[in-house]
Design a binder for this molecule. Structure first.
Ligand code: IPM
Ligand code: MG
Length: 355
């Protein structure tokens, strides 16, 4: 029996996680995976109920689970909450608490969605890349000061730091990832300006000697941001730090048509967590129109990485491709001539196609 901790979070979290659980259940029935589910609160919803965005019980359940399926957290409602109690602390605390040092964000363009990218079809056709983002270090987790007064002027600061072992472990995971894909790794930094980036580059270059079959190149983050829009097909595996990875992965998501479709896997030594890369979309929460595909594909990644159930994972991905190819479109993707689908209709279309 594999235990999945289900943490919907805020906003559209419940709707999209419900959809993904339905898909997992159907897949379980076909592939005899023997999955069980426990649901836990996190984010603003947990803050309202218990005064903390990440209750101890939620962390504990996530640690004990074989895999965590996460929705999204946040919303304007909690904008004025103290920094340590903001909904975002829930996901940051889970990543840190579970030691999830690597975040994999794949971007692939389905042929049926080629027209949906804001980039021209001839630019995005064939794009197939993965961003490997360091997830529990860097400026996100460095020392910070919300406010101090120096010479009568208020200031705030955040410290960016990386140690050699932190860079080594994410670099190795990125080389391993590249090795089973296109054997091409692009490490992204800002070594022309930042000391942390110079250590990063030096360390990644040294680790490269362990992977002679993988071709390594380095790009500055500003240039990488441009290259993703100019020629995304040049990339196979992108390795980068926490902050740059956050920014580049939103940019890369538009290559695939809609951020609503993009899953992610966060991997640690003993735990893993799977979540769509989009946010909690409070503006459409409760309306039943959210695109569930990013979360459904995150469920597929859970089967692949946490439970090593490749065939079942592939069955979900194929069902999503087929539903799209058959013309089903949620509001974020809908155009004249296609089948307009709310969350439930899209989920049903995917359920019908699981083989
Ligand atoms: C993401 C999100 C998070 C991040 C937020 C919600 C803290 O933007 O997963 O990309 O910045 O990592
Ligand atoms: Mg982000």
């Amino acid at each position: 029996m594999a235990r999945i901790a289900v943490i919907p979070g805020d906003g559209i979290g419940n709707e999209i996680v419900d959809a993904a659980v339905e898909v997992l259940k159907k897949t379980d029935a076909k592939y005899r995976l023997n999955l069980s589910y426990v649901r836990h609160d996190a984010g603003g919803t947990a803050y309202d109920a218990y005064g903390t965005p990440l209750p101890e019980e939620t962390i504990q359940a996530a640690i004990e689970a074989d895999g965590v399926l996460f929705g999204a957290v946040g919303g304007d409602k909690w904008n004025d909450v103290a920094p340590d109690l903001r909904p975002e602390r829930a996901i940051l605390g889970l990543r840190k608490g579970l030691g999830l040092y690597a975040n994999l964000r794949p971007v692939k363009v389905a042929e049926s969605l080629i027209e949906y990218s804001p980039l021209r079809p001839e630019i995005v056709r064939g794009a197939d890349l993965v961003i490997v983002r360091e997830l529990i270090g860097g400026i996100y987790f460095g020392e910070k000061c919300e406010s101090e007064t120096v010479d009568g002027t208020e200031r705030a600061w955040d410290v960016e730091g990386y140690s050699v072992p932190e860079v080594e472990r994410i670099a190795r995971l990125a080389f391993e990832t590249a090795r089973i894909r296109g054997k091409k790794l692009t490490s992204v930094d800002k070594a022309n300006v930042l000391a942390t980036s110079r250590l990063w580059r030096k360390t990644v270059t040294r680790i490269a000697s362990e992977y002679p079959d993988v071709e390594l190149n380095h790009l500055y983050v500003d240039n990488c941001a441009m290259q993703l829009a100019v020629k995304p097909t040049q990339f196979d595996t992108i390795l980068t730090g926490n902050l740059f990875g956050d920014i580049l992965s939103d940019e890369a998501a538009v290559i695939g048509g809609s951020i609503g479709m993009m899953p992610s896997a966060s991997i640690g030594l003993e735990a893993s967590l799977f979540e769509p890369i989009h946010g909690s979309a409070p503006d459409i929460a409760g309306k039943g129109i959210a695109n569930p595909i990013g979360t459904i594909l995150s469920g597929a990644m859970l089967l692949r990485y946490a439970l090593k159930e490749e065939a079942a994972a592939k069955a979900i991905e194929d069902a999503v491709d087929e539903a799209l190819a058959d013309g089903y479109r949620t509001a974020d993707l809908w155009r004249e001539g296609f089948k307009k689908a709310d969350t439930e209709t899209m989920t049903a279309a995917i359920l019908d196609r699981i083989e």
